[in-house]
Design a protein around this ligand. Sequence first.
Ligand code: PMP
Length: 441
Amino acid sequence: MANHVFGRGAGPLPTAARGDGCYIIDANGRTYLDGSGGAAVSCLGHSDESVRAAVHRQLDQIAFAHTGFFTSDAAEALADKLIAHAPDGIDRVYLLSGGSEAVEAAIKLARQYTLEIGQPQRHKLIARRQSYHGNTLGALAAGGNAWRREKYAPLLIETHHIDPCFEYHFRHDGESLEDYGRRAAQALEDEILRLGPDSVLAFMAEPVVGATAGAVPSEGAYFKHVREICDRYGVLLILDEVMCGMGRTGSLFACEQDGIAPDIVTIAKGLGAGYASIGAMLCSATIYDAITQGSGSFQHGHTYHGHPLAAAAGHAVLERIVDDGLLAQVQDRGDTLVHALRSRFGQHPHVGDIRGRGLFRAIELVEDRTTKSSFDPNRKLHAKVKKAAMAEGLICYPAGGTVDGRLGDHVLLAPPFIITEDQIEELTDKLSRALDTAMAA
Ligand code: PMP
């Protein structure tokens, strides 16, 4: 077949031919254990019967009807179910086609809300350095990954980045987790005061940081402090749960574990579980009401938003996660995974940190465990790990990344929620061999 598709993978890639539970089988019959769901997408594995059946049923009814003219049972059912399980105060759903679209919509909704309430001077966005919010221009501006932003910097909207809550790199010796969480949140208040509280639109953060830092949860009461600070200055709190949401950390929304509710939250990846491209932005009744009672409607839209086929997939995925006990399974298997990682890599001279929540875990690779110094980025260790893992028949999600030269290579693991204990063993065996190969290369 001619090779006309271009994408992100370097070099010739295997052709994914078939899915079977936690495995992808390529056109040559090679089998890969999906230890990261691609990029934390395939939470139900690759052959879930009920999601496939739901998509077929919807296709037989109607695949698409433009949301300018119609709603659909699929979209309404999905929105109802999301709201039934959403954090307090979250009351409305806007369906999109993926994570970046959801983040763009969140930024624009926040802006329109401040206009509706007569605060047009609010336009500054605060976000965190070790974060990824998507690749479209608004989302890219919000993200803190220097390498991804670099080429497009002149096109990006004004965003101010603060340090994340990342205890492995930023907690002082002897500082308690509580004190550290408070200090990390204080950076937000300091930045709001520096910018002028009346000019700040929103603070955006991933509750558990995914792609750019590798499964970094907050510590202490960080997000409770953040919530209080946002409320104190009338700044909207936007949580990006595109990667960590939809059960990945063991609760449907990751922020449940932080005991807070946002004003706006974005989800994607696990919502479609790879069976459809779908994302969503959810917001509070306060925001929605201000807009409907003001201009009447949110001034935004895409041709494919609320796509019935995607919504049917999302609804079936949500049923599987919420109604089939998968949240408890994520907690249980997450414990198994972290124990397996600790027993395999806890003493490894180049594994500095093993972290995460639920089935959202990562190991960080360091040159020296005492100083936590990272490997030379030019060595591209993360790319070598990815290649060696593929050769072992394992899909994992390694990445490099530096923040002030601190964060180095890490390997993100986000296996399907249906992973078995034996497959967790297989995952750690293969990862261990891949690390040895990559280190030796
Ligand atoms: N936000 C977060 C937290 C993400 O991890 C990602 C994707 N890695 C996005 C937004 C963008 O999502 P998408 O790739 O579906 O546009």
